[in-house]
Design a protein around this ligand. Sequence first.
Ligand SMILES: CC(=O)SCCNC(=O)CCNC(=O)[C@H](O)C(C)(C)COP(=O)(O)OP(=O)(O)OC[C@H]1O[C@@H](n2cnc3c(N)ncnc32)[C@H](O)[C@@H]1OP(=O)(O)O
Ligand SMILES: O=C([O-])CC(=O)C(=O)O
Length: 446
Amino acid sequence: MKKTLKQTLFKKIKEHRPRTKRLLEEYGDVVVDQVTISQIIGGMRGLKSLVTDISYLDPEEGIRYRGFTLEEVIEGLPKPKGADMPYVEGLFYLLLTGDFPNQEEVMQVVDEFSKRRIVPRYVYEVIDSFPCCSHPMTIFSTAILTLSRESVFNRQYHAGLNKKEYWDATYEDSLNLLAKLPEIASYIYNKLYRQGPRIQSNPNLDMGANFAHMMGVAKPYDDVSRLHFIIHSDHESGNVSAHTGHLVASSLSDIYLSISAMINGLAGPLHGLANQEVLRWLHEVMDKMDNRIPTKEEMTQFVWDTLNSGQVIPGFGHAVLRKTDPRYMLQREFSLKHLPEDPIFKYADMLYQVVPDILMEHGKAKNPWPNVDAQSGVIQWHYGVTEYDFYTVLFGIGRSIGICANVIWDRALGYPLERPKSITTDMLEKIAGIKKMVETEEKTTL
Ligand SMILES: CC(=O)SCCNC(=O)CCNC(=O)[C@H](O)C(C)(C)COP(=O)(O)OP(=O)(O)OC[C@H]1O[C@@H](n2cnc3c(N)ncnc32)[C@H](O)[C@@H]1OP(=O)(O)O
Ligand SMILES: O=C([O-])CC(=O)C(=O)O
């Protein structure tokens, strides 16, 4: 009998623990980075102060999961019969262990997810009780939060759980949560936008196919969902959602509290919500153009108008990347293959042609190239999921996979409560030498 994911993970954890222990005990004083005033005031950009082995983001190359590019991940993971995209469950295996699962190993995880997919009734009641016009991300975050009462970690912690076992209970909570997310998300979608009878989940389908089934969208939406969840799952540790998830979990809040919190970070327009903003913004252009494809000159004017009114161009720029996001390219390739004639794709593609030059001329953005959010909504729209308020929920399902993997490892390696130090502006001015200068200048004037 093949080892289960949990057994394989435990072996990896035991192998890894001495590495962290040695770094801490023997090399704890080694300097990794220095911090400047612009980093302190400027959102800690580039400051090396977190550790994760799940993924690494190179500014030029883009994200690698466990050392593998997205192409390698998609190529190397097992796929359902007839599918172009791999099992999302296989990605979870890879993120947790660093190994590509074989067919048998991936099917064990598919089975685990299937067994844990039933959502308690009270979650539906909470969703149903939301006032009209609530944003789907608010509902999604709350639905996840509500599940905190199910936490295995909480129960075991209060019964006196040994620190060494924290990861195990967190693993159980993570699987329980991840397995339910497609059902929760599709329920929210149906409630907000379809109002028809709910499509029950199918225990014989993998995560991507089951989600497509519950959304009521035909093939290849199963592959669209697999691709979407996989490429959105992780982006190393410092982005708002991943960092929030890690931070909240560091106080030993359970996975439901941590993932709900990270969803709230993802819901901001400078982060995950940018994917809905791209579609909203594109529709403004389309309305102006009476739905005809604008000329390059017209599109250029629209981009400048947006910039000149003090707004950002959604879907462009990045805090770390300095090249076109490979996740954007993957989705563009998918669109070129499956929806080359789609009018929204044509609009988005025109943006790709005009925006980088404009942002360079504008001279502010350090990265003028498109990010993942510039393209994801275009694909959703094409397959009939046109309610763009919902798009960040899809992102949230994907991101939960990476953050759960991170939090399980945080617990396995005993990472402590996160608590950086803050200082005052006065102190910064003293460090900069300004304070003394100002005081001397004042004395001289007197
Ligand atoms: C999944 C994701 O989170 S990917 C990112 C999704 N977000 C977006 O697409 C929103 C549009 N992009 C942005 O707002 C930014 O590029 C961010 C938030 C992603 C990164 O922010 P930063 O790391 O601060 O970017 P950067 O250092 O390049 O910013 C410098 C200046 O350029 C501006 N800038 C950056 N990107 C853009 C843009 N797309 N359009 C207009 N101006 C921009 C910033 O607002 C900033 O202006 P300021 O000096 O007046 O404050
Ligand atoms: O890495 C970041 O800063 C933003 C992010 O999460 C992503 O691009 O997926």
